[in-house]
Design a protein around this ligand. Sequence first.
Ligand code: CA
Length: 366
Amino acid sequence: MRYFGALILIYMLFGCANEKPVQTGEVTALDPKQQFEWKLVTSWPKNFPGLGTAPENFADLVERMSSGRLKIKVFGAGQLVPAFEVFDAVSQGITQMGHGASYYWTGKAEETVFFTSVPFGLNAQEINGWLHHGGGLSLWRELYEPFNLIPFAGGNTGVQMAGWFNREIKSIEDLKGLKMRIPGLGGEVITRAGGTSVTMPGNELYTSMQTGVIDATEWVGPYNDLALGFHQVAKYYYYPGWHEPGAMLEFIVNADAFERLPDDLRAIVEVATRAVNQDMLDEYTAKNNQALSELTNKHGVELRKLPEPVLSELRKLSDQVLTEISSRGDLSGRIAKSVKEFKEESMAYHFISEEAYYEARRVLLE
Ligand code: CA
């Protein structure tokens, strides 16, 4: 065993030194011994259920599919860079990859809000359709290109919860003066409703709720919210997550690092992101149910639906925000228009397919 260990060590020392593709004349030959070692930083606590395990699964898949030619080491938030510095770290080439959520980077480009979730917008199924077969991905790539980044879908949480509150929301007036952690366009809508929206990473939310820095917070859904213990610091758990009907996470890759990979490893990265993107949704679909029952039955959380007049008001404000943005002629306007058109088309068909089926199934259960 020692002899083998020494052999592996020698191989590792000499086998991965060269990162450049082997040139033979004008053709780039595939060198099966050529190895790449990447770092991937995330906006989540290390191994956090769903969000944090997705990049670990990704790294594992890539290593196995490439027979160890591309090894990716995953870092949780704060281990190498803080949660909200993932974008810069990958853009500047400090690390080759990152995993986070696009709407955390509004300070870099306001259009990033479209690539996580749009209030009353696309659900997970629709956002995957829009991205991969409806023109979404090329708009996203155009947006990230000046930052030397290539984005990929990195998972989806499905419809989220509206969030945790210590006061009941009976009318839109109850949102006035409320300081809530809610990023992206949802935050803009809350601001227009008279509240104050703030963005902060997940690992700061519990303490911020406990100390009253914020009055309310949204995070994800039962599976993740249970893990952060919000039931200990808030009384009411509201639904539905109007602001994030299908929050998409992202993988970002430094364009130079991607360029240096041979074609087969690029394909492996791409395919692994697609696999992990779907797998995260599968995981939430399987785990949210049990977590919700634990929250309500074991911890006595009071589940509440946002009243229809509140949802209706939030819908109006969301439409207002989206219409303003889509009337612009720039990239922001083109993205907003693309999302809006895709949503209108999806709604027409989903009215007679998904929605009709949910309704039919519910009637059968009663
Ligand atoms: Ca959220």
